[in-house]
Ligand binder design. Structure first.
Ligand code: FE2
Length: 127
């Protein structure tokens, strides 16, 4: 059984997928079950991954994280996602970009917001 919005990774080929519609089946890649990624919300290492949300004139600015996360070829934030009242907004990032994303969303018109970020090495984070 999968859950809508859950993120899975293949431990063989590193495919990462997000569930758009939940279902009964088990997700399999490279002939092995995919790993469900739990979004962590507390940093313990030197690098910071928990997304920080700021209200700006244009909407919401999400930064990763408290100290800017590296954006190198082999270690970077791949995407930042905002879920607002059930709608999902995602920006993908490239090495060399700033570890942040701007979303044209008025936080005053939304009742529920959650934010996730995905690090190519350290996985899924949320706030
Ligand atoms: Fe990282």
């Amino acid at each position: 059984m999968t859950e809508k919005g859950a993120v899975y990774r293949c431990k063989v080929c590193d495919n990462v997928i997000e569930v758009l519609q939940d279902g009964e089946g088990e997700l399999v890649c490279c002939q092995v079950p995919m790993i469900l990624l739990e979004a962590r919300k507390e940093d313990t290492g030197q690098e910071k991954h928990v997304p920080i949300v700021e209200k700006t004139e244009g909407g919401l600015l999400v930064k990763v994280g408290e100290v800017a996360h590296p954006m190198e070829e082999n270690h970077c934030i791949d995407w930042i996602e905002v879920k607002a009242d059930g709608n999902i907004y995602r920006q993908t990032l490239q090495p060399g970009d700033q570890p942040q994303a701007q979303f044209a969303l008025d936080p005053d018109e939304v009742s529920q917001i959650s934010v996730r970020s995905f690090c190519s090495i350290h996985g899924l984070w949320r706030s």
